[in-house]
Design a protein around this ligand. Structure first.
Ligand SMILES: [Zn+2]
Ligand SMILES: [Zn+2]
Length: 266
């Protein structure tokens, strides 16, 4: 299986997951043009994608959705709550609604050779999910961002991954001392907000395994985080945590807001 990040952060999220037969996008929060350019870097084009998996309706995850649906008639998979919220909001413009397929958290489905499992996450959206994607190689990868907290259920679902893109949104001190208004700080910090570097490291400590080949830290805040700090805090949590691993045993990189990441093949 392979994956790479085209964009990750509050200015837009778009992740490619696939194998040598089938590909899907997880979210399309950037323009159709940027999505295509990102795919081109690894010799793919938008029509090579069998569909788009949407995590939730926030604009940084769906900004390019309308264009991709109109231009390429790509199928879109999302929970009923997410689809309702997208259509009610209207910002994606007029689309062929028959392209939407309703999916349910904890119910796996198939897109070609890819098995897809949506997992419920805590976030201030209608019915948000993360995605675990596998194929007949026995490998599976995960994309999990926009979660205010995690529970044992998510930890169970994320066992045995070979690669993951996990949110490391903010440094708690930078958020506290930073310029955001109090209400926004409270929202980000809440159980329905975003995962801090520390919590991200603690969650990773519980899902790392001998087969984990790559970890991307994603959805970093532009104002309240920066790459080296996220890597250091997450690494410290892993190394200090109650698990047999040290952070240096793993390839951990930051998925950039605007640049296409390295491709991971597992
Ligand atoms: Zn987001
Ligand atoms: Zn969100």
């Amino acid at each position: 299986m392979e994956m790479f990040s085209i964009a990750s952060g509050s200015s837009g999220n778009c992740i490619l997951v696939g194998n040598d037969r089938d590909h899907v996008l997880v979210d399309c929060g950037i323009s159709g043009k940027k999505t295509e350019k990102g795919l081109n870097q690894y010799d793919l084009t938008t029509p090579d994608c069998a569909g788009i998996l949407i995590t939730h309706e926030h604009i940084d995850h769906i900004a390019g959705l309308g264009v991709l649906m109109r231009r390429y008639a790509l199928k879109v998979y999302a929970t009923a709550g997410t689809i309702d919220a997208i259509l009610r909001d209207g910002r994606i413009g007029k689309v062929d609604q028959s392209l939407f397929s309703v999916i349910h958290a904890d119910e796996s489905f198939q897109i070609g050779s890819l098995g897809v499992r949506p997992v419920h996450i805590c976030h201030d959206a209608a019915d948000p999910v993360g995605y675990i994607i596998n194929d007949d190689s026995g490998k599976k990868v995960g994309v999990v961002t926009d979660l205010g907290c995690y529970d044992d259920h998510i930890v169970d679902e994320l066992q045995g991954l070979s690669a993951v893109l996990l949110e490391a949104n903010h440094d708690e001190n930078m958020l506290s001392c930073g310029p955001y208004p109090y209400q926004l700080k409270r929202r980000i910090r809440s159980d329905y907000g975003h995962l801090s570097n520390s919590l991200s490291g603690q969650l990773l400590g519980r899902i790392l395994n001998d087969h984990m080949e790559h970890v991307y830290l994603g959805h970093l805040s532009a104002e309240n985080n920066y790459g080296p700090l996220a890597l250091e805090t997450v690494g410290q949590e892993i190394t200090d945590g109650d698990n047999p691993y040290k952070a240096k045993d793993f390839n951990i990189t930051v998925a950039s807001r605007h640049q296409v990441s390295e491709k991971v093949v597992v």
